[in-house]
Design a protein around this ligand. Structure first.
Ligand SMILES: C[S@@+](CC[C@H](N)C(=O)[O-])C[C@H]1O[C@@H](n2cnc3c(N)ncnc32)[C@H](O)[C@@H]1O
Length: 190
């Protein structure tokens, strides 16, 4: 059982507490604005590291949506809250065919991975040409240090290295917003 399975029952309550609730609302609104700038498309959308489902509604419901989480307890909650189609899997080794998704989100996930490379490889593989990827990372600073005290181990990744590694997988930066709590990127597959 992982730390995420243990946190699952109380995770959504913890996120309702002030000031976290305000910070998360701001992050969600920034992510929505970034996504609004992507070209409209149909097909399949994927939310990686869905947790109990806070990032899942960022995917437009006009698309066929699938969520993935490594924690069975988190996946169960997301399924219950959003009637979501959920797959329990590692985001770095996904059981989906290539070029399937028109939109992929990975919100609050990369900082829990020791290296960004395997996740970027999967994003590059599964995203369709002209499809979009919403990706977030944690910045250096007090907020990230405090977060790391509350749960799983966090890694601050070098931003330039992440962007270069994404480009090597044909994922190019089309938009970015940085706050003290989160760095958000919109990438497009070319
Ligand atoms: C901070 S939560 C983010 C939840 C949600 N995306 C949000 O924005 O609120 C991170 C989630 O990523 C999941 N996770 C961590 N490592 C993973 C991996 N390698 N593959 C799939 N899910 C993973 C955890 O189980 C957890 O539910």
């Amino acid at each position: 059982m992982s730390i995420w399975d243990l946190q699952a029952p109380l995770y959504h309550l913890q996120r309702r507490l002030w000031p976290l609730s305000v910070i998360l609302r701001n992050e969600t609104s920034l992510a929505s604005r970034l996504l609004a700038s992507r070209p409209h498309s149909d097909g399949w959308a994927l939310d990686l590291g869905s947790g109990p489902g806070h990032s899942f509604p960022l995917l437009p419901d006009a698309l066929a949506r699938v969520g993935v989480d490594q924690s069975p307890a988190m996946a169960k909650r997301c399924r219950a809250h959003h009637h979501a189609m959920m797959v329990v899997a590692d985001a770095c080794a996904l059981p989906f065919k290539s070029d399937l998704f028109t939109l992929i989100s990975a919100v609050g996930l990369m900082e829990y991975l020791p290296s960004p490379e395997p996740l970027l490889t999967e994003l590059g593989r599964m995203c369709r040409s002209q499809g979009s990827v919403l990706l977030t990372t944690s910045p250096q600073g007090l907020f990230t240090r405090l977060r790391s005290l509350t749960g799983a181990r966090l890694t601050v990744h070098n931003l330039d290295a992440v962007i270069e590694a994404a480009q090597r997988r044909s994922l190019f930066l089309t938009g970015a917003v940085h706050t003290f709590s989160q760095q958000l990127f919109l990438l497009q597959k070319r």
